[in-house]
Design a binder for this molecule. Structure first.
Ligand code: GLY
Length: 392
């Protein structure tokens, strides 16, 4: 696939720009350590400032992930020490099952604990991540072949998965390798196949959430929670799909995941405004609706992941160049330049915007969002050096 779109109009970020942006991000992480070493960072900022909260949200893994990326960038043991303090909080959380009635174990435990195990050999981190993988296994439904996203397992109204869950599967692939138990991998494989089959519409846009029939396991219907409408494509859902399909391709090596990646990416690129940062739902291509800068950071990481996997050198180069264009836009127009105005890294993210048709609570609109900051740093790191991913 050749990428032709608005994406060709922006100049790709140079190595020097990437290095400088990473320095700025690391300085911001360092400045945040006193506030967020023994507390977690809220899922999104309030007037561009993150409050400190308890470790009980689905997003709590991203801030420790930033700490580990800062450690990799600098080798400074201050970061390693802070990252290991967070490991204890994550171990406590999974042992005591604090706010774990959901599927976001990968988002929580890959950037916090798998990173800590990889980079510091922290055995408590390994233990916590394996317990989190066990919790994810408990959410698997044989009937329908999927991991349930939210809520109690016994409630029929919760019988659905969401496209975001593709980013939780790497925890299972990791656990299979760590333990030698193929069951983790099997569940990831089945869930990925279910997502591939039902979450992508014929026009290559995606459903955010998808319900299955609890009695038969037959596909029921797609619906949104955080997108604009059931039949629109939530920008971040499409972004999770793009990065998620690249990760499925890495783990499963089956061409249909690469094809799905291409389809989702082509749809996403067609719906971008000139600066390559989408509106919060891809139904919007111009006007005053808020952007979601975090989607751009996630997609850039997905492109860089796939660039490492394709055989065709020209295609890999094209994917990397497109990622660099997206990152250039984030650096120039969205990254925090003045730390006195924000303790985040990237402005103009959207967590959940209420629409007349969706079912979310409006929160974190036009704010920094924890995963936007993390994936921005991951993209900068990937562009700076060969990187041993926290997602595999
Ligand atoms: N996974 C939830 C979100 O992206 O908002």
């Amino acid at each position: 696939m050749t990428i032709h779109s608005q994406a060709d109009l922006l100049t790709p970020a140079t190595d020097a720009q990437v290095a400088q942006a990473l320095d700025v991000a690391v300085a911001q992480v360092r400045a945040n350590l006193p506030h967020f070493t023994y507390r977690a960072q809220n899922h999104s900022s309030v007037n561009n400032i993150y409050p400190a909260v308890e470790n009980d949200q689905w997003t709590a893994g991203f801030w420790p992930g930033e700490i580990w990326l800062a450690y990799e960038a600098t080798g400074d043991k201050t970061f390693r020490h802070a990252g290991q303090i967070h490991v204890q909080s994550f171990l406590h959380r999974i042992v005591n099952r604090i706010e774990t009635d959901h599927h976001d174990m990968g988002f929580l435990y890959n950037p916090s604990c798998i990173a800590a195990f990889k980079l510091a050999g922290d055995e408590d981190a390994r233990k916590a991540a394996l317990l989190a993988a066990d919790q994810l296994v408990e959410r698997f439904h044989e009937v329908g072949g999927f991991i349930q996203a939210w809520g109690r397992m016994s409630e029929p109204g919760n019988y659905r998965y969401i496209i975001d869950c593709l980013l939780n599967l790497p925890l299972l692939y990791w656990a299979a390798r760590e333990t030698g138990n193929p069951r983790y991998r099997e569940i990831a494989r089945i869930h990925a196949a279910t997502t591939l089959k039902h979450s992508i519409r014929p026009d290559d846009s995606t459903y955010h959430t998808f319900f299955m029939d609890p009695a038969t396991g037959a596909p029921s219907h797609g619906a949104t929670k955080q997108g604009y409408r059931d039949d629109s494509s939530w920008a971040r859902g499409q972004a999770w799909g793009i990065y998620g399909m690249a990760l499925c391709y890495r783990h499963e090596g089956r061409p249909e995941y690469m094809q799905a990646f291409d389809r989702l990416l082509a749809y996403y690129l067609k719906r971008l405004p000139q600066d390559l940062v989408p509106y919060w739902d891809l139904i919007f291509t111009e006007g005053d609706e808020p952007r979601d800068s975090s989607s751009a950071a996630i997609v850039a990481c997905g492109l860089l992941e796939m660039a490492d996997l394709v055989d065709d050198a020209a295609r890999a180069e094209e994917l990397r160049t497109t990622a660099r264009r997206m990152v250039a836009s984030l650096i120039d127009n969205y990254a925090v330049k003045d730390p006195s105005t924000s303790n985040g890294l990237v402005l103009h993210g959207t967590y959940s915007k209420k629409s007349p048709y969706n079912t979310c609570r409006g929160e974190g609109v036009d704010e920094c969002v924890a995963w936007g900051d993390y994936y921005y740093m991951e993209a900068l790191t990937r562009l700076s050096r060969p990187w041993s991913s926290y997602w595999w």
